[in-house]
Write a protein that binds this ligand. Structure first.
Ligand SMILES: [Zn+2]
Length: 419
């Protein structure tokens, strides 16, 4: 047995964490099983979300070493068309907003396969990616994006600054939730950025997670979930002040934070005050906002199980669509195995012939749905609802329906939403 430390807040060190929701134990959400692994045991980790009553950082225990998850990472950002577009638009807006030119230097942390920095290279700006995954970073270098293979910590940040100079813009998208050492990572950002530079961070917004009961976005790749207030607190430990925030629709509701070294930060923007006020009204700056979350999660689980049991009794066929990491939190927490969901399908060929971790539901190619004509298709990546309702419109041809489990169970006739 590994040594288990009593949980303490990784931002302020408080030993008194309060439970938000305990989702039981589950395996890492991206560890899909090959056929040959079905007879082997699977390692699971408790998925217990807690909030610090002192600084209000919402966090999972650091049970999985990110070095293991990310050193050989299977996720290439460039596979997603909408993600590429999002990155390109960001670079255009950032160059404009900050007045970046040929003398500017841009660093992206967790730069993946260069999906974002390639736009910076194209504009003739100097840049560097800092990416821990060996295979993904190699793809970036092949695409002409200078990339250092490393995790960001204060030492790496200082080394980059010594070698390349300070950065006018440091970008950290979808990584600030994925690092257990939030203090060291924040200091690394401060080392990288010029004394009059900018840091831009995109991260899932805890306000959406709580308000829309998006509890399946709680999984072991994440270590903490941020409000603007807690991100502000975390960055302040490294001398960075958040001055502006944009709300984004990605991942079911994200925020883009703009931070600067304290000496040049100035006053926060009106829209940042507005988001802080929204969080405050939702009770997220105190314990009140977290009290009924576990109860709402339980309602989602019961509604989904009741639906699956009812349709099974009637002899109707329900199959899944998608095998995203977050789907595995939902399936494991609800205890949905092939008896209730005989299979799911996914567009990623890597997953075909594999099984969902923990619940061991087989994953097939999407064509299987048209062949089997199920009565219901349970959509696991609900965050792509508009796109998938259109894509799965053909299910209506045989009277099939789509089922969205979150924020509350909803059964939809797909053609009604197709314009
Ligand atoms: Zn704390």
């Amino acid at each position: 047995m590994p040594k288990v430390e009593r949980p303490y807040c990784r931002l302020c060190g408080s030993p008194e964490l309060a439970s938000v929701v305990d989702l039981g134990a589950s395996p890492p959400c991206e560890s899909f099983l090959a056929e040959a692994e079905l007879d082997a045991p699977e390692l699971t980790h408790p998925l217990h979300l807690r909030v610090c009553p002192n600084c209000f950082l919402v966090q999972l225990p650091p049970l999985i070493d990110p070095v293991e998850t990310f050193t050989e990472y299977a996720y290439f950002s460039s596979f997603s068309h909408s993600w590429l577009k999002h990155a390109e638009e960001f670079v255009t807006a950032a160059v404009d907003r900050l007045g970046l030119d040929g003398s500017s230097f841009v660093v992206e942390v967790a730069s993946n396969d260069g999906y974002l920095l390639r736009n910076v290279v194209e504009r003739g700006l100097r840049c560097l990616g800092v990416e821990p995954s060996v295979n993904v970073g190699a793809a970036a270098r092949e695409a002409g994006v200078p990339t250092l293979t490393a995790f960001l910590d204060p030492e790496t940040g200082a080394a980059v600054r010594r070698k390349h100079g300070p950065a006018d813009l440091v970008v950290a998208n979808n990584v600030y939730a994925h690092i257990p050492d939030v203090l060291g990572f924040s200091r690394g950002l401060r080392e990288l950025v010029a004394d009059d530079g900018w840091v831009s961070i995109e991260v899932q917004h805890l306000l959406s997670l709580i308000e829309l009961t998006q509890y399946d976005t709680i999984y072991h790749e994440h270590f903490q979930y941020y409000t603007v207030a807690t991100a502000q607190r975390a960055l302040a430990t490294a001398g960075l002040a958040v001055v502006d925030v944009e709300k984004l629709p990605t991942h079911g509701g994200s925020i883009r934070l703009w931070a600067r070294p304290e000496a040049v930060a100035g006053e926060p923007s009106d829209r940042m005050r507005a988001v802080l006020a929204e969080e405050e009204a939702a009770g997220l700056h105190e314990l009140r906002g977290y009290r009924d979350f576990a109860e709402r999660v339980e309602r989602v689980r019961l509604a989904l199980l009741e639906f699956l049991v009812r349709t099974k009794r009637r002899g109707e066929l329900v199959v899944g669509y998608g095998a995203p990491g977050k789907g595995n939190t939902l399936l494991n927490h609800c205890g949905i195995r092939p008896d209730l969901l005989p299979y799911t399908v996914d567009r990623n060929p890597y997953k075909h012939g594999r099984y969902t971790p923990g619940t061991r539901i087989p994953i097939f190619e999407p064509e299987r749905i048209a062949r089997d004509r199920p009565d219901y298709v349970l959509v696991l990546p609900w965050n792509l609802r508009a796109e998938l309702t259109a894509q799965l419109g053909y299910v209506a041809e045989w009277g099939g329906r789509l089922v969205f489990p979150i924020p509350e169970l909803e059964i939809v006739v797909p053609e009604r939403e197709v314009s």
